[in-house]
Write a protein that binds this ligand. Structure first.
Ligand SMILES: Nc1ncnc2c1ncn2[C@@H]1O[C@H](COP(=O)(O)OP(=O)(O)OP(=O)(O)O)[C@@H](O)[C@H]1O
Ligand SMILES: [Mg+2]
Length: 367
């Protein structure tokens, strides 16, 4: 298959991560990065490839894929990895509604639409049997578990996590795990709650932001695809405006590529408008009170001291008065429950960079 000109390889980071995971003293790592910053792309297109090339078996499971039945997803992906002739992961197949998994000793029918109170015992036993089969101390198998905050939030989460923890502890040398998540609060629930099975289990790793070399790489892909050139300054300026977010930046390049008459600033406005429409931000905004919108704006502006007097002037400028600290607090809690706000290094922020960019663009009359 021809190389995708748009994929910017992060091979060095993948090699270093693989080395740390397979040759270092740690059994597991947790990779954190904000929404749409390239975690999944790194897992599937860099780390999995580098690991498979080095002869490691790779299991990739995303708990976002089917949040209804996380254990079924995990078992199914283990099964596929064990059956694969090559160690390379193949993401083409869609999940079936039901699958029959069989290891000879244990077998089970897993239902991907399952909504039971707890996972059936035979499935928990099957997980252990799969980990046993996957374990290889000479070439540790890699479990890449994406969107683990979904697992933590699931009613079966505690049982699955406990089973996984036990299974992984038994095969310290044979199976290594990389957990990924886009919510720091969600990941904290998995790794920092004293009562959680994975308490301090994984060494944290933050996905380094993409930089100028990514921008240059994307300009080259733009040239190959659209037979047009883009100045470095314009590209860097846009990348900066999009806070180094690869996804928004690529949408901007596509907008420019598809419409020859469009200038860079108009492409930026169009991208944000189109993405906002797709993601229904208008509806979200309509559901917020004026106080909540003002607080969302402060989060987007990455203001400090949200509950102190420092932000009062800004709030008054936005909506004519500063809501009391307790009101600000409950606004943040509401946004957090909606998955719109999250904590990054103890600072509250809007979780989705797209929503953040959109909120920053709201004119005064929208508050
Ligand atoms: N290394 C890269 N090269 C080229 N494009 C990239 C790269 N990393 C990310 N992207 C672009 O950014 C998009 C978002 O990346 P990805 O889905 O991996 O992010 P994520 O962090 O997993 O997001 P989420 O939090 O929503 O799961 C990709 O679809 C791709 O278009
Ligand atoms: Mg992802």
């Amino acid at each position: 298959m021809a190389q995708d000109p748009w994929h910017f390889p992060r091979t060095e980071l993948a090699r270093a991560t693989l080395a740390a995971l397979t040759r270092g003293p740690v059994m597991a790592m947790s990779l954190f990065g904000a929404r749409r910053t390239g975690k999944t792309e790194f897992l599937l297109r860099d780390l999995a490839v580098v690991a498979a090339d080095a002869g490691h078996r790779v299991v990739y499971a995303s708990f976002w894929q089917n949040p209804a039945a996380p254990l079924a997803v995990l078992l199914y992906e283990c099964d596929r990895a064990l059956q694969a002739k090559s160690t390379l992961v193949n993401r083409a197949a869609a999940l079936p509604v039901k699958a029959r998994l069989d290891l000879g000793v244990v077998s089970a029918e897993v239902d991907f639409g399952a909504r039971r109170k707890s996972p059936p015992d035979d499935q928990v036993a099957l997980l252990d049997a799969y980990l046993e089969r996957l374990a290889n101390p000479a070439k540790p198998a890699l479990l890449l578990l994406d969107e683990v905050q979904e697992l933590a939030a699931h009613p079966h989460g505690p049982v699955i996590m406990a089973a996984l923890r036990t299974g992984l502890d038994k095969r310290r040398d044979g199976v290594r795990t990389l957990f990924t998540g886009s919510s720091q609060l969600g990941l904290n629930k998995v790794f920092s709650a004293r009562t959680a099975p994975f308490y301090r289990f994984a060494t944290p790793l933050t996905l380094p932001p993409l930089g100028e070399d990514f921008v240059d790489h994307q300009r080259a892909a733009f040239r190959t695809t659209y037979r047009r050139r883009l100045t470095r300054e314009a590209a860097l300026h846009a990348f900066d405006r999009f806070k180094a977010n690869p996804f928004i930046f690529q949408q901007w390049l596509i907008a420019l590529g598809m419409d020859v008459g469009l200038n860079e600033a108009d492409a930026e406005a169009r991208v944000l408008r189109d993405l906002a429409a797709q993601l229904d931000f208008d509806r979200v905004w309509l559901g917020l009170t004026s106080d909540q919108r003002a607080v969302a704006r402060l989060l987007a502006e990455r203001a400090q001291g949200l509950f102190g007097s420092a932000v009062e002037q800004r709030l008054t400028a936005l909506i004519g008065q500063a809501p009391a600290p307790s009101v600000r607090q409950s606004a943040i809690r509401l946004l957090q429950r909606q998955g719109r706000a999250d904590q990054f290094d103890k600072e509250w922020r809007l979780a989705d960079p797209l929503f953040e960019a959109w909120v920053l663009q709201r004119p005064p009359e929208d508050f």
